[in-house]
Design a protein around this ligand. Structure first.
Ligand code: HEM
Length: 495
């Protein structure tokens, strides 16, 4: 009898906690246009489509307009496309649209205390800590890291130029971006030979983690199941543990070397200013009990996830685009060489960021055509609200449809052609690759510096050609970042 009462109470609680709440959301969102659902909403159509999600969303945007609804299980999603709508939501109504949508399966990893999936004052504090180390002035101070990494990349490419045989570039560009984040966070970097090393090296672990973290999960669509199942695979937890252990080691090594440096260089007149990194700032937060040791590890993982693949994939697409458009590559290369002072063997972002006009246009076009943060990171409405006359319920997942905003005829003429000159008019608001609003990308300034520097060094020093007569494939696949397929190139030194 007692059991029966318990089961009844549980069912009623589940109903009120989950189902009733979902009913309310569905009812309010029901007037928003979007694909008709059947059984589990649009699950079957999405599971059966051969298109990548960003291409499906482009098709739906063209059919249903800038505000459309997708429903899967109990997950209600509204997809917003185009700067005017994104602005209305994420800037004019930022209080309602700023929160991150928290997936059920992230709870078990860090209790929503990481950088990407936390909300409220906790997130605000973290963001100000991170951004205080990402200002333009701080990046200028840390520029030597980007320059050294670009130099190492060019030295490696020199060997390929001498060999004169086709080779694949993607893995080098991924390591370039991973190394920069590792330098910024922990002051370490890894040799390019690590790429062919055993599977437990941090580089391999980061790459495996990126693959696993983007896999779809059942509890996101049916949170009601989360008390009964854990839909992350054992492989995911194993890799997460390996990555956490690497990070714990790096933090310990960093602390030791810091202590060592302080003992070695005791300031005599008190004038020496110690170098401060993101990690130093985060360690102060741990000391003051504002974040836990576990949260610190999650935050480091989040910076690695957000900051590595995005830049690595962007650079891969840049090379693909410029190999496929040889005359643009030539014009770019000339502009880089002609704009740099004689005797300057290497590019410096702080010196040349405004001094190589065609490079600036090409970078903008790369960010437009291949927006790495393809559908942004999911947000959630914290109140019922209305966007362009469409009522959206509290608790709805909100997606910034960055890809369609960059690739639809509605916003850009010939959107699938690579035309740097289209940015001469400088309508900054049309490109939204770092997302819109106060919760946008924290790594904007760093990414700009990385991409400008790498492209100036690569295209100023080397000529990239296609060893085959079929254009390189630039159709990205959907993942944490828009993924550039592996490609082969041949290179020659220009000087
Ligand atoms: C090509 C380079 C990059 C692109 C296109 C890009 C794009 C984005 C996008 C679209 C978002 C989602 C924003 C939102 O939810 O509204 C984001 C978030 C984020 N990005 Fe980037 N990103 C890039 C590089 C980086 C780098 C180098 C870092 C390094 C620190 C970084 C750190 C972050 C973080 C921490 C977030 C989460 C912000 C939050 O939740 O408050 N990103 N990025």
């Amino acid at each position: 009898m007692n059991y029966l009462v318990l089961i009844l109470v549980s069912l009623v609680s589940i109903y009120f906690l989950f189902i009733k709440n979902q009913d309310r959301k569905k009812k309010i969102n029901s007037k928003i246009p979007g694909p008709k659902g059947f059984l589990f909403g649009n699950l079957i159509e999405l599971a059966r489509t051969k298109k990548n999600l960003h291409l499906k969303y482009l098709e739906w945007f063209e059919k249903y307009g800038p505000v459309f609804r997708v429903s899967i299980g109990s997950l209600e999603t509204v997809v917003l496309t185009g700067y005017p709508i994104l602005r209305e939501a994420f800037i004019d109504n930022s209080d309602t649209f700023t929160s991150r949508f928290q997936r059920e399966n992230a709870r078990s990893i860090n209790g929503y205390k990481g950088l990407i999936n936390s909300n409220g004052d906790y997130h605000k504090n973290l963001k100000s800590v991170i951004l205080s180390e990402m200002t333009a002035t701080k990046i200028k101070k840390m520029e030597s890291h980007i320059n050294q990494e670009s130099k190492r990349l060019c030295e490696l490419l020199d060997q390929h130029a001498k060999q004169g045989t086709p080779f694949t570039m993607n893995k080098y560009l991924n390591l370039f971006s991973i190394n920069i984040i590792l330098r910024f966070l922990f002051g370490v970097n890894y040799p390019y030979t690590e790429l062919d090393d055993g599977s437990s090296s941090i580089i391999q672990v980061i790459q495996q983690f990126l693959k696993l973290v983007s896999q779809p999960s059942i509890t996101t669509y049916f949170p009601i199941l989360s008390p009964f199942m854990n839909d992350r695979s054992k492989e995911f937890y194993d890799i997460h543990k390996l990555l956490s252990n690497h990070i714990i080691n790096l933090i310990e090594r960093y602390k030791d070397s810091k202590q060592h440096q302080q003992q070695e260089q005791e300031p005599i007149d008190g004038a020496t200013e110690p170098t401060v990194t993101i990690l130093d700032k985060l360690l102060i937060e741990v000391e003051n009990n504002r974040i836990t040791q576990n949260a610190l590890i999650s935050i480091c993982i989040d910076v690695l996830i957000a900051g590595t693949d995005t830049v690595g994939q962007t650079l891969s697409f840049a090379i693909v685009a410029l190999v496929n458009n040889a005359e643009i590559q030539e014009k770019l290369s000339r502009n880089i060489i002609d704009s740099m002072e004689k005797g300057d063997n290497h590019y410096s972002y702080s010196k040349y960021r405004n001094g190589i006009p065609y490079l600036a246009l090409v970078v903008k076009e790369v960010f437009r055509m291949y927006p790495a943060g393809i559908l942004g990171l999911p947000h959630m409405t914290s109140e019922d609200c209305e966007i362009q006359g469409h009522k959206i319920a509290k608790g709805t997942q909100i997606i910034q449809n960055i890809y369609s905003t960059h690739r639809s005829e509605s916003f850009w003429p010939n959107p699938n052609n690579f035309i740097p000159e289209r940015h001469i008019q400088n309508d900054v608001s049309k490109s939204v690759h770092f997302a819109v609003g106060t919760r946008n990308c924290m790594g904007m300034s760093l990414s700009e510096a990385e991409v400008h520097t790498a492209m100036a060094e690569l295209f100023g020093n080397f000529k990239f050609t296609n060893p085959s007569n079929i254009p390189l494939n630039d159709q990205g696949t959907f993942s944490v970042a828009l993924n550039c397929p592996d490609f082969f190139v041949k290179i020659e030194r220009r000087n």
